[in-house]
Design a protein around this ligand. Structure first.
Ligand code: IFM
Length: 722
């Protein structure tokens, strides 16, 4: 039987325990407040079941802080005539899991035979309401093929941990007005969380109903009579609030009330669906002629949308969204360079929240600059709740965990400050949100510029400014001097700061004066900025080729193609130091810079760099950030086959687990990058102060590419046909 392709439905029709953790990531659902991995309601041995809530960080050794895996709202165990349903026992006669990307509804249908021979079809559904971010709903239906009983045990579980590390302390639990609640608190950060549930819509004849007051895992049991072919079931309605949302003394009231007041499944789902329809109305991308890419791009967008904070501007999106333990929920430049363009053009309110997070964290960035002996704002390489640096200094070696490796990114991967400034400027250009730019944006650009001017080193012999001992985006090379990406982005930051200040002086002189005073932007300082802009070292050859960093060409030139086939990164093959000595790139620094500042580079220069750096990049096993940008640059060069090859690597990153680490969570930058690749690469969208144009470069087999975008408050439709 052939099933019709539905471009909104992500499905699998068998369960492979070896892929359990990868699929938990893929089937993550959420609503911008929290996300829940696709673990099973009834559990499975070794599962990585997790719910992460934005901003709920707690202390850990080494990495300082991490998102605490929240009390589990999923548990529903089922007993068929007393025999526990579990996919690790009995026989799975059929299995289907479906994620409806249009609505965020996750469904699993299993026909199972118990070890003693009782068969039933079990259907599980769940969604996190997009209309009410504190509301979660689960439903379970069982159609037995036997007579007897079906028992449901639905609970909340505060005994959750982050791969062994316990963050939660039990504060209390109880029942109010038929609603069961659990109250916990993070051990160090003292964030309180309350979770509440109610079993509703019981279908079938009830034999027994009990409340089990298990400490930290309150459970409600209902046993129903079973007859062959007659479906029985329950709905489970859950609410979650933390002391980040309401005052601590109110968290329990808030969850109990929310469960009591919320509506039944159908209307709650309908409200959520309406919110999703609205969301997709401005975010969706239509691609005809390539089913795989159509569903994959929607999947990547879906994962961006479930992670995007809509009502909270104190949080960022971690490099693994809220979908896994990877990077502990920390945010990187991934947000500003890879995800923000999507939100600037499809959901500017989300972009604003994300930038407000950086604005709120300016004090942390100032502390970092000061601690390092610099001025202005030096944003942390990895950021969590306070805006202080959370990059660990030492971590276990990937190949031999008994050894430690020094991580330098927190000390010297400084380009992030310019990336943030660039994102601020982009947001302003895309939205014309002048009020925000005046109130917050200009200050971010000025204070990062102040950092760059103080970090620049004067080389008197060469009569130039330099940034030495840095790591560029290509992290295979550490402690390099004059990384082109860093130097050029710093120069852009300084130049843009001068322009923004002039603009502000003309527009709102009082605000300009206020910033001149508070940031001490005296004439001498601005003169230094001009000097750095003029004399920063940037090495460009007549062909337009840019040396990634000083001395790069002297590193060993390895023929990467000759290493194929391989299933390891170049760093695993050559070792950290060994790779540092080669020209192999984890991600193509120079191309990324030319893409970000594309208005400033000629096609010849981009081509010279693409032709040089593309074969030297560790595409499949290097960074997941590279492929989408490579795809755009290849489009700019009119290299359609290359573009598609890079792009397909990016859209498949998590769905096909290209790097073997999707179990750690979604590769968020890659997801955001896929939207950019489609819109700016294949669609060739160019937005300028005068308006916008497209230059379609669709892959040969694409018949249509359509998307929408906001520019300066107005929504535009693009519909490109082959
Ligand atoms: O920010 C990236 C970095 O560029 C490469 N390593 C992974 C980080 C998080 O995605």
């Amino acid at each position: 039987m052939t099933t019709m392709f539905d471009p909104w439905i992500l499905s699998e029709d068998s369960f492979d325990p070896k892929k359990q953790h990868h699929k938990e990531t893929v089937f993550t659902i959420g609503n911008g407040y929290l996300c829940t991995r696709g673990a099973f309601e009834e559990g499975y041995p070794g599962d990585h079941r997790a719910t992460f809530i934005h901003g709920v960080f707690d202390e850990v050794p080494i990495d300082l802080t991490e998102l605490a895996n929240a009390p589990d709202w999923l548990p529903i165990s089922i007993y068929l005539n007393g025999e526990r349903f579990s996919l690790d026992s009995g026989t799975i006669e059929s299995f289907q899991r479906i994620l409806d990307l249009r609505t965020g509804l996750l469904t699993r249908i299993v026909r199972w035979r118990s070890p003693s021979g009782m068969s039933a079809t079990l259907t599980f559904e769940r969604f996190a309401s997009l209309a009410d971010e504190h509301l979660l709903c689960a439903r379970c239906r069982v159609t037995p093929e036997f007579a007897g009983t079906v028992e449901f045990r639905a609970g909340l579980n505060g005994n959750m941990h982050n791969e062994g590390l316990v963050h939660w302390q039990w504060l209390g639990q109880g029942e109010r007005d038929g609603v069961t609640y659990l109250h916990n608190c993070t051990r160090k950060s003292r964030i309180e969380i309350a979770t509440a549930m109610q079993i509703t819509n019981v279908i079938g004849r009830e034999i027994v109903r009990e409340a089990w007051d298990v400490e930290n895992a309150p459970t409600r049991m209902v046993r129903l009579e079973a007859a062959p072919g007659q479906t029985v079931g329950i709905d489970k309605r859950v609410a979650v609030f933390t002391s980040r949302d309401v005052e601590s003394k109110e968290v329990v009231n808030a969850v109990v009330n929310r469960v009591r007041e919320s509506t039944e499944w159908e209307s709650a789902l309908e409200a959520s669906n309406r919110a999703w329809t609205e969301e997709w109305n401005h975010t969706d991308v239509i691609i005809e002629g390539d089913n795989e890419v159509q569903i994959s791009i929607r999947f990547n967008l879906f994962q961006m949308l479930v992670a995007a904070p809509r009502h909270d501007d104190r949080v960022n999106i971690g490099a693994k969204t809220l979908s896994g333990f990877g990077y502990r929920g920390h945010a990187f430049w991934d947000t500003e360079i890879f995800m923000l363009p999507l939100f600037n053009y499809t959901a500017p309110h989300i972009a604003k929240n994300l930038l407000n997070y950086r604005y709120r964290n300016l004090p942390g960035a100032r502390r970092k600059a000061q601690a390092n002996g610099f001025e202005g704002a030096q944003f942390p390489w990895k950021s969590a709740d306070t805006g202080d640096e959370v990059t660990p200094t030492w971590v276990p070696h990937f190949a031999d965990r008994t050894k430690l490796v020094r991580i330098w990114a927190g000390d010297i991967e400084i380009h992030i400050s310019a990336d943030i400034a660039h994102a601020v400027h982009q947001y302003w250009q895309a939205t014309s949100d002048e009020e925000w730019f005046i109130e917050k944006g200009v200050e971010l650009i000025l204070d990062t510029a102040k950092f760059w001017a103080s970090r620049a080193e004067w080389n008197a012999d060469a009569h130039r400014y330099e940034y030495n001992d840095v790591i560029g985006p290509d992290e295979y090379h550490e402690h390099v001097n004059n990384n082109a990406y860093t130097n050029r982005m710093a120069q852009w930051n300084l130049q843009t700061a001068l322009e923004a200040l002039e603009w502000l002086k003309g527009r709102v002189p009082e605000k300009a004066n206020e910033l001149v005073q508070s940031l001490d932007l005296n004439e001498e300082r601005l003169k230094k900025w001009r000097d750095v802009i003029e004399k920063i070292y940037l090495h460009i050859e007549p062909s337009g080729l840019i040396e990634q960093f000083e001395g790069y060409y002297q590193r060993k030139d390895i023929d990467l193609a000759a290493l194929e086939p391989r299933a390891k990164s170049a760093q695993e093959i050559f070792g950290i130091e060994g790779c540092n000595e080669t020209q192999i790139l984890k991600q193509p620094d120079v191309l990324m810079m030319q893409y970000i500042l594309r208005k400033h580079y000629s096609a010849e220069s981009v081509r010279a760099n693409y032709d040089y750096y593309n074969p030297r990049t560790d595409h499949t096993y290097g960074s997941s950030l590279g492929p989408s940008i490579q795809a755009i640059v290849a489009c700019m060069m009119d290299y359609p086959e290359d573009a598609y090859e890079h792009f397909i690597r990016a859209v498949r990153a998590d769905l096909r687990d290209v790097r073997g680490n999707a179990s750690d969570g979604i590769h968020a930058a890659s997801s955001g990058g896929t939207w950019q690749a489609v819109v700016f690469g294949f669609g060739g969208l160019q937005v300028t102060s005068d308006g916008w144009t497209t230059m379609p470069r669709l892959p040969k087999h694409w018949k249509r590419l359509a998307f929408k975008f906001f520019h300066r408050g107005k929504m535009h439709n693009v519909d490109l046909k082959a």
